[in-house]
Design a protein around this ligand. Structure first.
Ligand SMILES: [Zn+2]
Length: 300
């Protein structure tokens, strides 16, 4: 069972989110048939996106993360709702790279570090809040750490990990984001850094433990107060209506082409691979609807 936990220390100086995401990362692997390095890159991104999504307040709000480092995986996209449920995909899921000399998956080389990490918070208001930073290493956790520090000015430590089994399934996955809040004495940092060091790889904790174990280890010596804990899952919100909307945004010639072929059009959701079959008559009907509702023109 995947879960997210949010906690704060009793003195109010440190906040932490932690997730265990084995099941949802495995779900993503099965949907997209990702090979190990892609599974790791997407899994790390999904874990971070879930934690950022969970900080949103509005039930209609969402966060979208886009990572494009110029590496062979292409771009990675992940979206979370305000509860921390996520969905995502990687452009080239079948990329395979040799492991690093230490046996770890070479996520940095697969993602690349020549590009941007972009965070789009759609707060259900007029304009989304968009922030971005240059990628540091393409290893993703480091890139999120840099993002929080540079773009949002919050001292942050982020750790993410995905452990892939010999049969390519996901053994453990998750991570944490720990942040210092304004006014935190610098001495706290030393203890925190020691704890981070001692905790080591998140997957070694998560393989036999939980997100709460991560929180307790990172906040060792502090008094953690759990603020919230909830189950999370891989969740796509695609609907036939949305698929039709996207289809109708294609240009007139393409739509006309689809209509005239007289065959159902297959539209696949990029996030969950559900295939929608749209009949030519449906395209015709929707085109008419759109034409009948001309765009509002500004009054001069
Ligand atoms: Zn979908």
């Amino acid at each position: 069972m995947d879960e997210i936990i949010r906690a704060v220390t009793a003195d109010g100086f440190i906040q932490i989110s932690a997730v265990s995401t084995r099941a949802l990362t495995e779900r993503a692997r099965q949907i997209h048939t990702t090979l190990p390095v892609a599974t790791a890159a997407l899994g790390r991104t999904l874990a971070a996106t879930s934690m950022i999504g969970h900080t949103l307040k509005d039930p209609k709000a969402s966060v979208t993360i886009r990572i494009n480092g110029g590496g062979p995986l292409g771009s990675i996209m992940a979206v979370a709702d305000y509860e921390g449920n996520v969905r995502g995909y990687v452009q080239n899921p079948h990329v395979d790279l040799p492991r690093k000399p230490n046996g770890k998956l070479d996520v940095g080389s697969a993602v690349g570090n020549n590009g941007m990490l972009t965070v789009i918070r759609d707060l259900n208001m007029k304009e989304p809040y968009v922030g971005s930073t240059q990628l540091v290493s393409g290893e993703i956790a480091e890139d999120f750490t840099a993002y929080f520090y540079k773009s949002e000015q919050v001292p942050t430590a982020c750790a993410l990990g995905v452990l892939v089994d010999t049969d390519q399934s996901v053994l453990a996955s998750g991570g944490y984001i720990v942040q210092l809040l304004p006014g935190a004495p610098e001495a706290l940092l030393d203890t925190l850094e020691e704890n981070i060091e001692e905790t080591g790889a998140v997957t070694s904790v998560l393989a036999g433990g939980s997100a709460e174990d991560l929180v307790l280890r990172i906040l060792k010596g502090f008094e953690p107060r759990i603020l919230e804990r909830r189950q999370i899952e891989y969740k796509c919100y695609c609907t036939r209506k949305r698929v039709l909307q996207v289809l109708m945004s294609l240009d007139e010639c393409e739509l006309e082409d689809m209509e005239s072929k007289g065959e159902p059009v297959e539209v696949t959701c990029q996030f969950c691979d559900v295939v929608y079959h749209v009949e030519p008559s449906e395209i015709r009907k929707n085109r008419r609807n759109y034409q009948e509702k001309p765009l509002k023109k500004p009054i001069k």
